[in-house]
Write a protein that binds this ligand. Structure first.
Ligand SMILES: [Zn+2]
Length: 365
């Protein structure tokens, strides 16, 4: 639940007397930062207050469990919902459990909790009159919340911290009945359910951008690779593989490129099928490179594979010295290139591959 605008002061005068000094107002309880294609939203909660030592430990353990589970649920969902097909949004929830008499800290949201009674948990956004509106208030100041943890499920923590990341409610009260707001499904997290959908992930990304974070230039890419091996004198060991991979890279203002991707083997053929056994069919990799505004130069380093043996594709892309793949801008926001790779391995077999790279700018170009 989100309570907005002028309502707050009259509802919760006691919270206002205990907030941090005005000088801390410029520092939000939530902030966001971009590093490569990863955008991290950090939410800091001051939970007030616990009175005795036994209650402190038990409360701390309970809060930790709920908040960690809420964070994991957000991250599990966001991992599958890249913003603008390029940026991975990551959520980090931190809290301090304050002791009686301890002041709220600058840069934290001010969450007053009550374990003893049931009640309706709410977060308060003074930056809008509309509880369904997404706002960046949480990124500029600590918000006040009034939580009743006895009544809060993990889903409820996810919902409330969703408000602390700037999301408005996806429901409205109509004649005393809560209904989903403006076409939003009822089963999503900011309405009545627990589903974190693409719309919520995109709204979070928009909030990050609105909060003033400069998102780096981001390109998505695809590589279609065909590889083959020749072992001179042993024609029955020849194999060929076809791989399709996707990736995303960020370009920083200096032209440094960093990103991640994964690839899947889509076809394999060997003169003698036993040579295809145990070879990799899936790869996860990290990308580094440069972009000068015209040409990308990219190198790929494997971070995970499912293969017991490296596979021909790996030799053509991942094993040092790694080949450099090139793609050049062909029209605004589009780049293409084909890189042939040929190398002789220790067993004298010769690996050859063609990597067709196509890239599309998704944001900030
Ligand atoms: Zn709400």
């Amino acid at each position: 639940m989100l309570v907005v605008g002028v309502v707050i002061a009259s509802l919760l005068p006691t919270l206002f007397t205990s907030t941090a000094p005005a000088s801390a107002a410029a520092q939000g309880g939530t902030d966001a930062a971009a590093s490569g294609t990863t955008v991290t939203i950090t939410v800091r909660l001051d939970l007030c207050c616990s009175s005795d030592d036994f209650g402190y430990e038990a409360s701390h353990a309970a809060f930790e469990q709920y908040i960690t589970k809420a964070q994991d649920a957000w991250n599990d969902a966001l991992a599958k919902l890249p913003y603008k097909r390029c940026y991975s949004i990551h959520a980090a929830f931190m809290f301090h459990l304050l002791r009686d008499g301890q002041d709220y800290e600058a840069g934290y949201h001010h969450i007053h909790f009550n374990w003893d009674f049931p009640g309706r948990t709410a977060s308060f956004d003074p930056g809008t009159q509309d509880p369904t509106e997404d706002t960046t208030t949480a990124y500029k100041q600590g918000l006040n919340g009034n939580y009743y943890p006895r009544d809060l499920s993990v889903r409820d923590w996810e919902h409330e911290i969703g408000h602390l990341m700037g999301l408005g409610d996806d429901y409205v009260e109509v004649h005393g009945h809560a209904v989903a707001h403006s076409g939003r499904p009822e089963d999503t997290l900011m309405a009545f359910g627990s589903r974190i959908d693409k719309v919520l992930a995109d709204r979070l990304g928009d909030l990050v951008a609105r909060s003033g974070v400069k998102l780096p230039q981001c390109w998505s890419g695809a590589i279609h690779s065909t590889s083959s091996a020749e072992l001179p004198g042993f024609p029955d060991t020849n194999c060929h593989e076809t791989w399709d991979t996707t990736f995303a890279v960020a370009v920083d203002p200096n032209g440094d490129v960093i990103g991640t991707g994964n690839g899947t083997r889509v076809a394999v053929g060997c003169v003698n099928p036993r040579y295809a056994q145990g070879e990799a069919t899936y790869q996860v990799f990290r990308i580094k490179g440069r972009f000068d505004g015209r040409d990308f130069t990219l190198t790929f380093a494997q971070t995970a594979t499912d293969g017991g043996t490296a596979g021909l594709f790996n030799y053509a892309l991942f094993i040092p010295p790694q080949p450099v793949l090139k793609a050049s801008v062909t029209s605004p926001g589009m780049a293409r290139g084909t890189t042939p790779v040929s190398r002789q391995l220790a067993n004298r077999s010769i690996v050859t591959a063609n990597h067709d790279v196509s890239m599309t700018c998704e944001n900030s170009c």
